[in-house]
Design a protein around this ligand. Structure first.
Ligand SMILES: Cc1cc2nc3c(=O)[nH]c(=O)nc-3n(C[C@H](O)[C@H](O)[C@H](O)COP(=O)(O)OP(=O)(O)OC[C@H]3O[C@@H](n4cnc5c(N)ncnc54)[C@H](O)[C@@H]3O)c2cc1C
Length: 455
């Protein structure tokens, strides 16, 4: 039997980050992975979708080239070439990650792991014992009752990142982050796209004003959507898939993407038998990612925190540092930056207006329209920066819509996490002409000294 300080089950964002940091702290680490190091994010999630979105952006640039005085034409998508570009990015990052794991002397174990007792993971009949066990088995794409995923006509994001042709039409079931990103990709690629969302608005976890702006922008792009109506059934025919909603409306398209959320991978691998506390399949942990069983930790998509790669990284690092006795600060989840990488992008940190009010704050709001920003005009993008703040107090939330606003989150999250007030940010000079000026302008306006703002 091999013995380690940590045995980590799952080599995705949460698991590998924990392995890298633990090894850096001098621990003897084993990392178990049954598929590919890097997990969902690298192979089926963040990276492939962002590559597809970038290909879509290039297609749109070609389509709109004449608006900028450039003679170019959008002809068609070459999905073989798109996939070669996307897979090239994945493969380079995958190799880099494999090198990193090797260079830190982490014992990498390939195979299906199972928790067999509170300090042992078994892989291919071999027991690996750890003073600590870190569970990081990630998540899978959920479906709905009566909806059978066949990978051809009815697909999940796993299939959608690997398509060899552009579907002529798609129904996207689910208007959350993943659904909106794929809707954006396919519209850019030339498909006819309809989103169906049961909640009353797209990206429903965002501030209400954000949803309105995204919906307006999608409408302008010709992306159709139905919100506030629930899915009833889907039937397949050689021509495509027909979706019927509870209100009786029907939609037919060549393909149906099911993007109704992701469930934790926690069953059949010994978690129940080990006596781990779970709620609807998620492992329940404290603010240091400890489960109820001493010595067993859980990170990433299997715990009920935001299902984001950078949250997995942070939780993995937190566990490594806690085991090393560094007493790291628990993660402040509202302070985690969130992006929907559609066109336009949606980016936010902190509380929405509704959440801030619910928390009992005396709330003030300020919205700076990107129409007043030079760079936004150069890019021909529309959107805004909305600040939610406590009256005479710190900024409680920043909500942005527009091309490339995801890049503005670096500053927005510092403002939120350092509890800055508008008057602290207003004197900071932002380079002209950048989109980041809009953040400066918004804080100047909230501090009572607007510059490029009417009224
Ligand atoms: C389409 C899509 C787009 C996304 N885009 C973004 C984005 O832009 N930004 C962002 O931050 N997040 C994004 N995410 C979310 C992000 O991918 C996840 O939050 C992240 O991958 C979670 O990391 P994890 O380590 O918890 O799980 P995973 O990455 O799922 O890794 C778990 C690993 O455990 C392995 N495993 C499971 N069970 C076993 C077992 N019994 N034995 C051995 N190995 C096992 C799996 O093979 C897998 O590799 C996206 C997700 C999807 C699906």
């Amino acid at each position: 039997m091999s013995e380690f300080d940590l045995v980590i089950l799952g080599g995705g964002s949460g698991g590998y980050a924990c392995a890298l940091r633990s090894a850096q702290l001098g621990f003897n680490v084993a990392l178990v992975e049954e598929d590919k190091l890097g997990g969902t994010c690298l192979h089926r999630g963040c990276i492939p979708t962002k590559a597809l979105l970038h290909a879509g952006e290039v297609a749109d640039s070609a389509r709109h080239a004449s608006e900028f005085g450039v003679n170019a034409q959008f002809v068609s998508m070459d999905m073989l070439a798109v996939n070669a570009y996307k897979d090239g990015v994945i493969s380079k990052l995958h190799k880099g990650l494999q090198g990193l794991v090797k260079s830190r002397n982490i014992t990498y174990i390939e195979g299906h792991g199972r928790l067999v007792n509170k300090n042992t993971v078994e892989v291919n009949g071999v027991a690996y014992q750890g003073k600590n066990i870190v569970l990081a088995t990630g998540s899978y794409a959920r479906s709905l009752p009566g909806l059978e995923i066949d990978g051809v006509q009815i697909v999940t994001s796993d299939h959608a990142t690997k398509l060899e042709k552009v579907p002529s039409s798609v129904i996207v079931l689910g208007g959350g982050v993943i659904g909106c990103e794929f809707a954006s990709v396919w519209k850019s690629f030339g498909s006819d796209v309809t989103i169906i969302e049961a909640l009353p608005r797209l990206v429903a976890l965002e501030d209400e004003s954000t949803s309105k702006q995204l919906e307006r922008a999608f409408r302008k792009r010709g992306i159709k959507f139905e919100v506030g109506t629930r899915f009833a059934s889907a039937t397949k025919s050689p021509e495509g898939v027909t979706v019927t909603l509870e209100n009786g409306a029907t939609f037919t398209a060549e393909m149906l993407l099911v993007a109704v959320g992701r469930g934790p991978v926690t069953s059949g691998i010994g978690y129940e038998e080990a006596g781990l506390t779970m709620d609807r399949g998620y492992l329940i942990v404290d603010d240091k990612c400890r489960t109820n069983v001493p010595g067993i930790w859980a990170v990433g998509d299997i715990i009920p925190t935001l299902q984001l790669a950078h949250v997995g990284f942070a939780e993995g690092i937190l566990v490594a540092e806690e085991i090393a006795g560094l007493n790291p600060r628990p993660i402040n989840y509202p302070g985690v930056p969130r992006v929907t990488y559609s066109e336009p992008e949606v980016a936010s940190v902190g509380l929405t207006t509704a959440q801030a009010k619910e928390a009992g704050h005396d709330v003030v709001e300020l919205t700076y329209d990107l129409a007043g920003n030079g760079k936004a005009n150069i890019l021909k993008t529309a959107g805004s920066i909305k600040l939610v703040a406590k009256k005479d107090g710190p900024v409680l939330g920043i909500h942005m819509v527009g091309a490339r606003v995801g890049e503005l989150l670096a500053e927005a999250q510092l403002i939120y996490n350092w509890e800055a007030e508008a008057a602290d940010v207003a004197p900071l000079i932002h380079a002209h002409p950048t989109l980041s000026e809009a953040i400066g302008e918004a804080h100047m306006a909230l501090a009572g000294k607007p510059l490029h703002a009417h009224g």
